[in-house]
Design a protein. Structure first.
Length: 275
């Protein structure tokens, strides 16, 4: 079978299952280890990787397994990160979190990313602003293994610690806390796509209608060695009033902003404290 014939079969098969045919081209490019320009040139050549390609296409069509779990990598902020079923696949909304926080950081800041997953947030900040001192925490050792691999591959000096939210760094004087914690309420489980449901549940779902992680992190912030100058959260689209309410209940003097994502949905909390 030629590459062109394999593409035609895959596109028809994926459309039958309501999947995006473009996934077939991305899987094939990955298997052939070529960029788009070279890929278009080899379409008439024999496709020796046919069996693997067919297996992947069928599995994606039948289960919704995401492209990134086949290739083992994902793009974030123009960098390639290693990903597995143990970490969230990076989302564009988190790039918007980076963009919102980046202008507010100082070169002398000590920053912690809480619930780091694959490490995309602390690694990105360290690459963009090398003078920062970066910490990152996660309760999952499997996730931290992936994060450490990414930090090594991208030559980013980040100190990773295992533990529950801020617990591992409670004795560190932190200037900035950043977190994209689990925030999906359990009752929304049935509305999530098959692709999203391949992400680890630990990183998706939270009790208390999706607010449990924010409550715990805010409580931990209240017990830190010093009050961070800046806290930034990624939130669910319907949490733009609830999360600020939690913050203001505990820190009445806080300056809290809710920023919307590119789709006009509440997505980012910027919480600043006076010196």
């Amino acid at each position: 079978m030629t590459v062109k014939e394999a593409r035609k079969w895959a596109s028809s098969f994926l459309e039958k299952y309501g999947r995006e045919p473009r996934v077939a081209d991305l899987l094939m490019q990955h298997l052939l280890r070529v960029d788009l320009a070279d890929f278009l040139l080899v379409q008439q050549e024999k496709f020796e990787e046919w069996k693997t390609f067919e297996k992947w296409v069928r599995e994606h069509a039948e289960t919704g397994k995401p492209l990134e779990h086949f290739t083992g990598q994902a793009e974030f902020y123009s960098r390639t990160f290693r990903v597995t079923e143990h970490v969230l696949i990076p989302r564009p909304e988190t790039e918007e979190l980076i963009e919102a926080v980046k202008p507010l950081l100082l070169g002398s800041d000590v920053v912690v990313d809480v619930g780091t997953g694959s490490g995309i947030i602390p690694i990105t900040f360290k690459k963009e602003l090398p003078e920062l001192r970066m910490y990152a925490t996660d309760i999952s050792e499997n996730a931290l293994t992936i994060a450490r691999v990414n930090a090594k591959n991208l030559e980013a000096d980040v100190q990773f610690e295992q533990g529950h939210f801020l617990e591992p760094v409670m004795d560190v004087e932190i200037d900035v806390v950043i977190s994209n914690p689990p925030y999906v309420p359990e009752f929304e489980r049935e509305n999530l796509s098959e692709v999203v449901m391949h992400d680890p549940e630990l990183a998706l779902f939270a009790d208390d209608e999706g607010l449990a992680a924010y409550r715990e992190i805010i409580e931990q912030i209240n017990n830190m060695k010093k009050l961070p100058r800046l806290v930034a959260f990624e939130i669910g689209h319907d949490q733009g009033e609830l999360v600020p309410g939690l913050i203001m209940t505990n820190f009445p003097q806080a300056n809290v902003q809710v920023l919307q994502d590119i789709n006009g949905k509440d997505r980012i909390i910027i919480w600043q404290n006076s010196a």
